[in-house]
Design a protein around this ligand. Structure first.
Ligand code: T6T
Length: 325
C-alpha cells in the first residue's frame, strides 16, 4: 500500500509533515470490555533504535493525554513471532494497538482479529496491503524516500556505473516501497546508472555484509549501494570495510541509528535518509486516542524525513535515532 501522494523532494530538503487532529480528555469506550485507557505498541522488532525512538515519542504523548502505553515486540522482524504477540494482546483487551506489521499480508489475519474484538488498530511505519483493517496509518513517504536515495546516490557517483539495492525481507511494505521508488527513479531520470537488482538480507546486518562481499567479487565495477534500512546500511558499511573499498563505493542508507551516524561521520557511508520515528509514535497515539474518544481520525499521515550528509549533519542532530528515551 502507498501511504500517500508522492512529494517532490530534493536532497537535504524536508518532506512535509502532515497535520493531524488530536483528542485530549473526554470519555472513552471499548466495546471489548477491557481497559480503554490502555494502549499497546507492537513494533517490528525489539531493541532497535528506530522502534525505540518511536516508543519514546508514543510514551511521552500517551502520558500527556492520560493513557498508559505498554510495548511488546518480537525478538526478530518476523510475522511468525509477531503473530502470537498480537494474539496475547487481544486477550487483554486494550483500547487500541499501534502496530508495525512485519508482513503486508501475513499479519492481516491476527490484526483483523484484533479489530473484530473491538480494539482500535493504528498502523505505525509499515502497513498491511488490506487498507480496510487499520483506522489510520502513520509513516514516511517511502516511495519518495527511495527516489530521494536515487537522486542522492546519482550525485555521489557522478551519474554513471553499477549500483546495488539491499532490501530486508520481501513483504515489508516500507522497504519494498523504497526499493521500488529507487528503481523507478533510476529508470526515469538516471540512465547512466545500471541497477544490479535487489538482494535481501533477512533484516540481518551480517547478511548484508556478505551480499556486499559477493557482489564486489562478481561486479568489481560496483560504484554505489542503496541500503533500504538500518540493518542493510550497517551491514553494507561492514562489507565495504572488509573489502577495503571504503569511500570507493558510495552508500546511501535509510535510517539514522547511532552506528549509522558514526559511519557517516567516518565517511564509511555518504548519506542517510533519516525518518522521524518519534513523531510516528506520537501521531500514532494521537490517532488512537481520537478513535477511542469518538473524534475524527486521519486515515493516512506522512511524517517528515531528510537526507543527511557530512555537510548538514551537525544541524540535524534531532533526527538521530535513540538507544533509550
Ligand atoms: O527502516 C525502519 C522501518 O521504517 C522499516 O519499516 C523497517 O526497518 C527499520 O525499522 C529500520 O531497521
Amino acid at each position: 500500500m502507498r501511504t500517500g501522494g508522492r512529494a517532490a523532494v530534493l536532497a537535504g530538503v524536508m518532506v512535509t509533515a502532515a497535520a493531524l487532529v488530536t483528542g485530549c480528555g473526554g470519555s472513552v469506550s471499548n466495546s471489548g470490555g477491557g481497559d480503554a485507557k490502555k494502549l499497546v505498541l507492537i513494533p517490528g522488532v525489539a531493541n532497535e533504535p528506530f522502534y525505540i525512538s518511536m516508543q519514546c515519542g508514543a510514551e511521552a504523548r500517551a502520558e500527556q493525554l492520560g493513557y498508559s502505553l505498554d510495548t511488546q515486540a518480537p525478538t526478530q522482524f518476523d510475522a511468525s513471532l509477531q503473530t502470537p504477540i498480537v494474539t496475547g494482546v487481544i486477550a487483554n483487551k486494550p483500547g487500541a494497538i499501534l502496530i508495525a506489521p512485519t508482513h503486508a499480508s501475513a499479519m492481516a489475519s491476527p490484526i483483523s482479529q484484533a479489530k473484530n474484538s473491538g480494539i482500535k488498530v493504528i498502523e505505525v511505519d509499515t502497513a498491511l496491503e488490506d487498507t480496510s483493517i487499520a483506522l489510520s496509518s502513520i509513516a514516511s513517504d517511502n516511495v519518495a524516500g527511495g527516489e530521494l536515495a536515487a537522486q542522492t546516490l546519482s550525485k555521489l557517483v557522478g551519474g554513471n556505473g553499477s549500483v546495488l539495492v539491499i532490501n530486508t525481507k520481501a513483504g515489508t511494505s516500507t522497504t519494498d516501497q523504497r526499493a521500488q521508488g529507487f528503481e523507478d527513479e533510476l529508470k526515469r531520470n538516471h540512465p547512466g546508472l545500471v541497477s544490479l537488482g535487489v538482494q535481501y538480507n533477512n533484516n540481518e546486518a551480517a547478511q548484508a555484509a556478505s551480499i556486499v562481499t559477493a557482489t564486489l567479487a562478481a561486479h568489481p565495477d560496483l560504484v554505489g549501494i542503496f541500503a533500504t534500512n538500518l540493518s542493510s546500511a550497517e551491514g553494507a558499511a561492514t562489507g565495504l570495510r572488509n573489502a577495503g573499498k571504503l569511500g570507493q563505493v558510495k552508500v546511501v542508507g535509510f535510517d539514522a541509528s547511532p552506528k549509522q551516524v558514526q559511519d557517516l561521520k567516518d565517511g564509511t557511508v555518504q548519506a542517510l535518509i533519516a525518518q522521524n520515528p518519534g513523531d510516528i509514535g506520537k501521531q500514532g497515539v494521537d490517532q488512537a486516542v481520537a478513535a477511542l474518544e469518538g473524534k475524527p481520525v486521519t486515515r493516512t499521515i506522512q511524517t517528515d524525513m531528510i537526507a543527511i550528509t557530512q555537510e548538514n549533519l551537525s544541524s540535524n542532530e534531532q533526527y538521530f535515532y535513540k538507544s533509550g528515551c
